[in-house]
Structure formats: C-alpha cells, structure tokens
Design a protein around this ligand. Structure first.
Ligand code: PMP
Length: 398
C-alpha cells in the first residue's frame, strides 16, 4: 500500500546535525544549524526566560486552548518589537497579528493567505535564501522564483541587478526580504539601499514580505527593523513574519508571529479574521507555554530591558568570533582577503568554501558546515576557534 511513497531525502541542515551527533571525533565542531551556543558551547537559557518560567510555574496553572491568534500579550509583544512601542499604525489598528508556531509557522500562514487571496501572485526569494522559504511557499502552491542577491565573486550584493529584476515583476507579486542578518549570506542591505528597494516596490505595487528571524543580532533591535518601519512610513502594505527562536533562545517552544500591515482598520480586521481561519484549518491554535514566556518577557519593562541586554551580549560574542576568525585566517593566508567575515551580520558567514573543501572539513576535522559554505559563527568559541581557523586555512591552502 505505501510502497509507492517516495523516500524523503531529509533536510540538508537538520541532517547535518544528525551526522554531527554520530561523529566520534573528540574535536568535532557544529557550525551547521542556525543555533546560538554560548562561550562554553552550550545552548543558553536566558535569565529573563528563567524568571518568566518561574512565574509560569508558580502556581502551575491549567492549560486551556489559546485563542486561534494566540495570547494578546504575545501578539502585542510582536507588534511593539517590529513596529516600535507607541507606533501610530498600532494606535490606528492597522496591523493584523497572529501568534504562530515559530517563524516557520508565520511563513506558512502567510503563504496560505497569499495563495488564497492573491492566487495570481508569484513569490520571489533571494538567490540564495533559507531553503525552507522555497519549500514553505511551494508547499502552499505559490509559485516561487529567485531574484539576484549574492555576488559570490566579490562577496557582495548584486544590488543593481536585483533592482532591475524587481522592475520586471507584476503587480502584487510577493518579494520575500530579510530585514537583517540575511540567511545564509550574512550580507545585508544598507539603509539607503532599502529605501531604493522600497521605492521600486511602491512604484510597481509589489507586496513586501519581510521575514525577520534574527532581530537584535545585527545592529540593534530598532536598526534591525529599519526596512519594516520604513515600509510602514511609506504607507506600503506589508507582511512580516518574526521568530523568537533565536533572540529568546526558545527554539523548541516554537514561538513567532505573523503581522500584516493594512491601509485601513477595516481591512486589518478582515485580514485578522482570515488569518484566524488559516490557523484554525492548519493547527487550530498555537502552543501555550512559549506564548506565555513571550507575553511575560515582552510586556514587563524590567524583563524586557534585561532581555535586550542578553540579546546584545549574544550579538557581541558573535562579532568577537568574527574578528578572531578573520585575524587568524589573515595571518595564515596573507594574500587572501577575509574582510567579508566582518562585513557580514548575524549568525551566519558565507565562507565561499567549495563543496569539496566543506567535505574535507567534515571528514578530516569533524567541522560541520552547510555544503553551500554557510557557517554558523555562533557555534565558535574561544576553545574551538583556533582549531576551526587552522583547519579552514589548511583546506583553503591546498
Ligand atoms: N526565517 C529564517 C530566515 C530563518 O533563518 C529561520 C530559522 N532558521 C526561520 C525563518 C524559522 O524560524 P523558526 O525556527 O522560528 O521556525
């Protein structure tokens, strides 16, 4: 009966994690999956989260279903983080927000919404992008295309090509954008470049869909949301998917949100209703535990402040690792330029290693990164960085 079912090749990034776990090399280093490990190589539980957990646990409360859109405090937390506390669009009721099952859930609900209400729209993703962007939109029967983004030869962005490409798109085509910490390249647009992109989007009546999974890991909470807030300032309709997986270190709790900015409050109410309908038919309502953590941390001023500090400490540690990696590589291979390592933002570095070099790192040194050469810099620490830098220098030299 099931013999005709195709085998699933597995997810390249999650598969790498399994391979890493099975590796007996005592020096092995996991730079594959996008997870922040602390200086001791441990997945941190943030102090603000510990406090929230203590409140949730005392007293242990009943667990009713949450509303389809999740806890109001979770939704408000997403909105204020993305659009700024006291933003006029929030006061005017122009934003429909639903809590979602991580950033992935937000993308899924958004993709379903696009498929149902904008059936002619194609969705364009950066070349390259996080692989699941393509899978999620195609899984909702939205046709996916790629726009030029990363210039491998120069470790930069093909900005002019990208703009020229956007100018060829049809009204209401969707452009999936990474407001900060581009995954997988780490190469972000400048504010002036964002202004240009948004002007083209406006002129051609395209739909921006901003996926922000690393807010706070680039520059700071507000600067990282520049593109989102600029689009709002320009009066553009806008989809934003956000994830708390990384910046609250709550990966397995699956917390995120989908926000749709609408021209009028009436439209926002209609959209909100349809987002509820989408959620109802996909998974009915979001999980409650992570939702409560988000609600508590985002809406308690002292905890919020503590949280921001904890995110910035993670950000700064990653930046320090970039500097160190760059300096070791420069010392080892002086005729090669490693500036790209510190020009990139967020958790990832696109190293430009060939698939063969990536494979050698894995088989000879037990160092795991994605075959497209993406390295999760947040997996480096003072104990493993020399080992990794030396191994990289070795495979680059041969
Ligand atoms: N968008 C991007 C760009 C991501 O990198 C990720 C996570 N790797 C997600 C969305 C999904 O986030 P989550 O794990 O919360 O589903």
């Amino acid at each position: 009966m099931f013999e005709r079912i195709d085998y699933y090749a597995g997810d390249p990034i999650l598969g790498l994690m399994e391979k890493y776990s099975a590796d007996n090399n005592p020096n092995k280093v996991n730079l594959g999956i996008g997870i922040y490990y602390d200086e001791s190589g441990v997945l941190p539980v943030l102090d603000c989260v510990k406090t929230a957990e203590a409140r949730i646990a005392d007293p242990i409360a009943p667990r009713p279903y949450l509303p389809m859109a999740g806890l109001p405090g979770h939704r408000k937390g997403c909105q204020e983080l993305l659009f700024g506390k006291g933003a006029q669009i929030l006061k005017d009721g122009l934003v429909a927000t639903t809590a979602t099952i991580g950033g992935s859930g937000a993308l899924k609900v958004g993709a379903e919404f696009i498929h149902q209400w904008f059936p002619q729209s194609k969705c364009y993703v950066s070349d390259p992008t996080w692989g699941n962007h393509i899978a999620i939109f195609e899984g909702s029967d939205v046709e996916v295309g790629k726009y030029p983004y990363y210039d491998k030869a120069n470790s930069s962005i093909k900005f002019d090509e990208m703009i020229a490409f956007f100018e060829t798109l049809n009204k209401h085509d969707v452009i999936l954008l990474h407001p900060c910490c581009h995954n997988p390249t780490g190469m972000d647009l400048t504010q002036a470049q964002w202004d240009t992109v948004l002007n083209v989007i406006k002129a051609h009546e395209l739909i921006p869909f901003m996926d922000i999974a690393y807010q706070g890991f680039g520059e700071d909470m507000d600067s990282d949301a520049y593109a989102i807030r600029k689009a709002v300032e320009m009066g553009l309709p806008l989809f934003v998917s956000n994830s708390f997986s990384k910046n609250l270190s709550l990966y397995g709790e699956r917390v995120g949100g989908l926000s749709v900015v609408c021209p009028t409050a009436d439209e926002a109410e209609r959209v909100f209703g349809q987002l509820n309908a989408m959620v109802r038919r996909i998974y009915s309502s979001p999980p409650s535990h992570g939702g409560h953590v988000v609600d508590i941390v985002m809406n308690d001023d002292a905890l919020h402040e503590q949280w921001v500090g904890e995110v910035y400490a993670m950000r700064d540690r990653i930046k320090a690792m970039r500097l160190k990696l760059k300096s070791v590589l420069e010392a080892k291979i002086p005729n090669r330029n490693f500036d790209y390592i510190t020009r990139q933002n967020g958790m990832f570095s696109f190293t430009g290693l060939t698939p063969e070099q990536v494979e050698r790192l894995q088989s000879e040194f037990g160092i795991y990164m994605v075959s497209n050469s993406r390295m999760c810099v947040a997996g480096l620490n003072t104990s493993n960085i020399d080992y990794v830098a030396n191994a990289m220098a070795d495979v680059l030299k041969d």
